[in-house]
Design a binder for this molecule. Structure first.
Ligand SMILES: [Zn+2]
Ligand SMILES: [Zn+2]
Length: 355
């Protein structure tokens, strides 16, 4: 489509020369004829008389409309709808309450927001109430922790039926595992001479499920490290004391939970697992085989070209494309609500069949 458009700068240059408007008019006319939009014998501008003083303006206006149409169709049909399908509230390790999150998303021009707290849908009801008087739709979501070939993997579930008994059982199970995991992390930290971390993390979680970020905050507060980042690097990240993943269910099990609740399972932020291309393809293959629906091609602000690269793998295994900020807190602008690139063109989006 883009090749049919005259370049805007050459268009302005044409207008500067003598009879430029007439030249432009005939070029535009022949372009439309060439694309089959106009029969060859019809002169689109004949009715303006050709010597109308505002013909340049008319041409620019038509050019502009044509350009807008080209832009709309070279993206996707949801040109105007902003989907953010991965976000966290205070119900897991986010900082905002579900209603504050919805207000912020609405301010950031997000039209459809999925609340996907870690292993819980506890915030959905509040988010939906907050969305009732705003121009925003809340999708019931979750982000389940699981393991695949011994690696920790996150699976986002979208469009869940919250009354589904399998889903409710799954949340209880994950909550128990999370508690067990926290005790293991605390025991490991105790061995390293850091005392009271379980109580400290619980106090910081303030009634919601305890996660590694709460341990991280505790480590910062007690002066063991200087920042959350340091806490993960030294104690909680991959391969460190706090990296306890053996308890999580297998990938296929969490996909089955999402499907049982009428939802779509999505591989969350595939780039974070640091997989080789071969391993990523293996994951996509296994995920699709177990009934997974989509892959997150865009996760917050990311390296140019990554989405297109992931899209090739997703397409190969029949997975749809999803996108989200993975928002946790306002101080992380690279994970701001709605602030990420569009899905690569030609990708079938996860919302393709949403009503
Ligand atoms: Zn995640
Ligand atoms: Zn997340």
């Amino acid at each position: 489509m883009a090749s049919l458009m005259p370049k805007y700068s050459s268009l302005l240059n044409l207008l500067k020369i003598k009879d430029g408007a007439a030249t432009l008019r005939s070029r535009f006319n022949s372009r439309l004829s060439l694309c089959g939009f106009l029969p060859a014998e019809v002169d689109l501008f004949r009715s303006s008389g050709g010597d109308c003083g505002s013909v340049e303006f008319c041409i620019l206006l038509i050019y502009f409309l044509y350009w807008v149409l080209c832009l709309a169709f070279s993206h996707d049909i949801d040109f105007k709808v902003k989907y953010d399908l991965h976000s966290h509230s205070r119900c897991s390790d986010g900082i905002l309450s579900p209603s504050e999150l919805v207000s912020r998303a609405s301010d950031k021009q997000v039209d459809v927001l999925a609340l996907t707290d870690h292993d819980t849908t506890a915030g959905i009801a509040e988010a939906r109430r907050a969305a009732a008087d705003k121009n925003i739709t809340v999708i019931a979501g979750v982000e389940f922790s699981c393991q695949w070939l011994g690696r920790g993997i996150h699976v986002v579930g979208l469009g869940l039926d919250l009354d589904n008994k399998d889903l409710q059982r799954a949340e209880k199970l994950q909550s128990a595992k999370r508690e067990e995991r926290c005790e293991l992390i605390a025991a490991k930290l105790t061995k390293l001479g850091i005392l009271g971390s379980l109580e400290g993390a619980r106090a910081l979680a303030n009634g919601v499920s305890v996660g590694r970020p709460h341990f991280a905050q505790y480590l910062v507060d007690r002066g063991h490290v200087s920042s959350i980042k340091q806490a993960f690097k030294k104690y909680l990240g991959s391969g460190k004391a706090g990296d306890v993943k053996a308890l999580w269910p297998e990938l296929g099990e969490v996909i089955a939970w999402v499907n049982a609740a009428g939802g779509q399972a999505v591989i969350a932020h595939p780039d974070k697992y640091k997989l080789t291309r071969t391993k990523l393809r293996q994951l996509a293959d296994c995920f699709a085989g177990e009934g997974g629906a989509a892959m997150e091609l865009v996760s917050g602000r990311q390296a140019p070209g990554l989405a297109a690269n992931l899209a090739v793998v997703a397409k190969e295994y029949g997975l749809l494309g999803s996108c989200g900020s993975d928002f946790h807190r306002p101080e992380q602008p690279w994970q701001e609500l709605g602030n990420f690139e569009a899905l690569p063109s030609g990708v079938e989006p996860v919302w393709r069949d949403w009503a």
